[in-house]
Design a protein around this ligand. Structure first.
Ligand SMILES: C[S@@+](CC[C@H](N)C(=O)[O-])C[C@H]1O[C@@H](n2cnc3c(N)ncnc32)[C@H](O)[C@@H]1O
Ligand code: SF4
Length: 393
């Protein structure tokens, strides 16, 4: 019996944040029709997925919590009808703090969701306005507390650094207040200017913290979270012991996952594939299978060489790094022979540490890991991004 992770994309948001390029729409109202299409796609995969048992479910977006509880219930029901699911599966929903209340949170819990990930981003109201968020700091805290009241004992919070106008002080203040709330998991993302977003258009008018300040923010996050009981286990992810996100760990350890919905990515039965970011084509393809509408964006089998590259890239994202014996066992290759001088240079430069039997990035290396990895691997950065995150990110 093989384990499978399931990702379901909910491409809706109340308002588009100016930095975000996740596939999400603000003007698509027929959520029922969309969820029905998701259910049809799941039915399509049920047979191929029958040798698997689902170990983690991630309902991501967009903002899944803008969809009614009734429809989310139908979605969960569809998952359980079409797939075998472990009793203790980790089931996460992504939530914008502005789109939940106690009653909806209780219903998520009742339908089997046992982990909630809040996009808090910052606890500075000024920064939240800059980020175009729909909630204040106080409202984000209130939603977090409501989740606790609703019975969630596994809560994650997303934060961002490198935000225009942000200082090391305002960022550490956010971190301090967040850790006082005591979530089980914290993700800390460096703001990335994504092509085509509003921030990309106006970037010359925005006052970003300089590189040194941004690195100080990242370093402070690592130190501060560590001192408060959160171990860093990946470039952007920190958790209390045993609370690492099981779903994301599947992406980073080359486990298999099936992504349902437009823009979702999969690594399933040896193939990587993704669906186009087009909700109408997606729905029509499910409703009219005879019309043969092509919704596949990428679809390729992984060559042995690509697998080696993916393994290196994903292992190095993790703080435990790459294990030399494991690498040789999996690929019959010698990592040190492959990268000898390059590794010495990274270690000498303070970007990597030589472990007893492997290599891992230092915080400085993690911070510039994109550059180092593209130096090491001859990889398409778009593919990198997608396999690093599994979904449409
Ligand atoms: C799908 S959203 C989270 C749920 C919900 N939509 C929300 O925003 O509250 C995923 C996370 O990605 C991060 N993110 C999105 N765009 C980003 C960017 N351009 N740079 C860095 N982080 C980004 C944010 O921290 C966000 O919370
Ligand atoms: S950050 Fe979240 S709420 Fe904002 S546009 Fe992206 S998915 Fe939607």
């Amino acid at each position: 019996m093989r384990n499978l992770s399931l990702y379901v994309h909910m491409p809706f948001c109340k308002r588009k944040c100016p930095y975000c390029d996740f596939y999400s729409l603000t003007d698509f109202e027929d959520h029922r029709r969309y969820v029905d299409a998701l259910l049809l796609q799941m039915e399509d995969y049920a047979m191929a997925a029958s040798p698997f048992t689902v170990d983690t479910i991630y309902i991501g977006g967009g903002t899944p919590t803008v969809v009614s509880e009734r429809l989310l219930y139908d979605l969960m029901d569809g998952i359980y009808r079409n797939f075998k699911v472990f009793l203790d599966a980790e089931t996460t929903i992504e939530a914008n703090p502005a789109t939940v209340d106690l009653s909806s949170l209780k219903k998520y819990k009742k339908m089997g969701v046992n982990r909630i990930s809040f996009g808090v981003q910052s606890l500075s109201d000024k920064e939240l306005v800059t980020l175009g968020r729909l909630h204040t700091a106080q409202e984000a805290i209130k939603s977090y507390e409501m989740a606790r009241k609703a019975g969630f004992d596994n809560v994650s919070v997303d934060l961002m650094y490198g935000v225009p106008g942000q200082t090391v002080k305002s960022f550490t203040d956010t971190l301090r207040r967040i850790t006082e709330l005591d979530p089980e998991h914290v993700s800390v993302y460096g703001l990335k200017i994504e092509p085509g977003t509003h921030f990309d258009e106006i970037k010359d008018t925005l006052e970003f913290p300089d590189e040194d300040t941004e690195f100080k923010m990242y370093e402070s996050a690592i130190a501060m979270l560590r001192s408060r009981g959160y171990a860093q286990y990946e470039i952007s992810n920190f958790a209390k012991p045993g609370k690492e996100c099981r779903h994301n760990n599947v992406y980073w350890t080359l486990g298999e996952y099936l992504g349902i919905g437009p823009g979702a990515h999969s690594y399933f039965n040896g193939s990587r594939f993704s669906f186009k970011r087009d909700i109408n084509a997606f729905i029509e393809a499910q409703e009219q299978p005879e019309a043969d509408i092509d919704i596949i964006d990428e679809n390729y089998r992984i060559s042995p060489n690509e697998r080696v590259g993916e393994y290196i890239m994903l292992s190095l994202r993790l703080t435990k790094g790459i294990d030399l014996r494991e690498f040789t066992k999996q690929f019959g290759l010698d990592f040190e022979k492959m990268y000898g001088e390059l590794l010495d240079a990274y270690v000498d430069g303070g970007f990597m540490t030589r472990l007893e039997n492997g290599y891992a990035f230092t915080p400085k290396g993690m911070y510039v890991s994109n550059y180092i990895l593209s130096d090491m691997l001859d990889f398409d950065s778009e593919i990198d991004r997608n396999i690093a995150n599994g979904s449409d990110r």
